[in-house]
Design a protein around this ligand. Structure first.
Ligand code: CTP
Length: 406
């Protein structure tokens, strides 16, 4: 989404200025071209050299720096921006922009740009709640600027309340959402992610190594692209992606119940969860004690196959399943495609440490119900999520066309 796009990051003078370095790093990791503009007071909190090193570009501070004006003037900086993000945005900056004051490079460039502008405020809670600040913020919202809510918590000044800079990952998410094409608006997407846990007793369970990263990446990307997204998640350490409705479950039976109840109103379903195939026949009420040389057996019974149940009566819905394999990938994936009634199976080799469970990258092979199959090169799960969404949207639209022509 950000590859090759130009992002200008404005940094104001506040204690949270150091967090802008992490934000810049996230933009760079997403292959964006980043230019940083600092206010003079921001340079009191963090050195321009930090941003210069992270971006590989000179950092802009003064309005009339003759050398920088010759090489890249402030208007051309404003023009070449695909997106403008200010983090942290102080009450002073927001007040100035709301009142048309452009007395330094940052305010001048914000006024001159036609790119979307996202402001992430950070300040003392009393400043944030001050009606003058609030009316300035409202003025910016009325003029189409995007202003994030500050986070509530313990502030650097010692007060508790709203005023903390949102997490850089959340600012990054919001920025990508602003730039993403809204080509999935109107589509309802249901995603499952993570492992399930099947309890043996109150302290032990059977589970697997799934981290949930693939399913979360799909849910996040679909929300960025404007879809209405519900994520049914087994236990993971991942935060719910912004703009996604998350339903937490623990066991395969709970996931089965939730997914079947939601499936009726889904256009695209991604079954990325690693569902446990078996569960203990009974869960011990009290912790099983040791004291015997061996525990002879734990009786297991089969869990419902959620994907196969969805495949039995799926109507126009596009059903995407996943196949985690350690051997015979092609044969196993093709068998799952047929057995589960899916439109597409995304198969990957989970015996490789560099892809699959808990990795940030994946390399998959796609098996389509119409007999096509395709290898995708190794890529970040975020990029793969977009590719999988593209495939599912194409199948959904092709299904609709076929339906209309009949
Ligand atoms: N799946 C499911 N319900 C189950 C088991 C699996 O919905 N009880 C789904 C998974 O979410 C995935 C697909 O089926 O989309 C394949 O899961 P996988 O674990 O690869 O295979 P299994 O069907 O469990 O078969 P096996 O363990 O024999 O490989």
């Amino acid at each position: 989404m950000l590859k090759g796009r130009t992002v200008i990051v404005g940094v104001c003078g506040g204690i949270a200025a150091y967090k802008a370095a992490e934000l810049v790093r996230l933009f760079r990791r997403a292959a964006a071209e980043v230019h940083v503009i600092m206010t003079a007071s921001a340079t009191e909190f963090i050195a321009p050299l930090t941003f210069q090193t992270l971006t590989g570009n000179p950092v802009h501070v003064e309005l009339f720096n003759l050398i920088q004006e010759r090489e890249i003037g402030h208007i051309s900086l404003a023009d070449r921006a695909d997106l403008f993000v200010v983090a942290p945005a102080t009450a002073n900056l927001i007040g100035k922009v709301a009142n048309g004051i452009a007395d330094d490079l940052l305010t001048t460039t914000i006024m001159a740009t036609r790119a979307p502008v996202l402001l992430a405020p950070a300040m003392n809670v009393n400043m944030y709640e001050n009606p003058i600040y609030q009316s300035n913020q409202q003025c910016l919202l009325d003029h189409g600027y995007q202003v994030m809510e500050p986070v509530v918590g313990e502030l650097a000044c010692g007060w508790e309340g709203a005023g903390k800079l949102p997490d850089p990952a959340d600012i990054f998410d919001e920025a990508v959402r602003l730039l993403a094409p809204k080509d999935m608006r109107g589509l309802r997407v249901l995603v499952t992610a993570g492992p399930t846990r099947e309890e043996i007793d109150p302290v032990r369970y059977i589970s697997n190594h799934s981290s949930g990263k693939m399913g979360y990446a799909i849910a996040r990307a679909a929300a960025w692209r404007g879809a209405d997204v519900t994520l049914v998640s087994g236990p993971t350490c991942l935060p719910a992606p912004r703009g996604v409705r998350r339903i937490d479950v623990v066991s395969a039976e709970q996931m089965h119940r939730e997914v079947l109840a939601l499936a009726d109103r889904a256009d695209l379903v991604f079954k990325a969860a690693a569902v446990a195939d078996y569960r203990p026949v009974s869960r011990a009420q009290a912790k099983l004690k040791k004291g015997r040389d061996c525990l002879e057996r734990i009786d297991l019974e089969a869990n419902p196959d959620i994907l196969a149940d969805l495949g039995k009566n799926k109507g126009r819905m596009v059903l995407v399943g996943f196949a985690a394999e350690t051997d015979d990938l092609e044969k196993n994936a093709a068998a799952k495609l047929a057995a589960k009634g899916a439109d597409l199976i995304v198969a990957n080799d989970v015996s490789r440490g560099d892809i699959g469970f808990d990795a940030d990258q994946n390399e998959v092979r796609l098996f389509f119900a119409d007999g096509r199959n395709e290898c995708l090169e190794k890529m970040d799960k975020a990029e793969l999520a977009d590719r999988l969404l593209d495939c599912a949207v194409d199948l959904f639209r092709a299904g609709g066309d076929a339906g209309t022509s009949q």
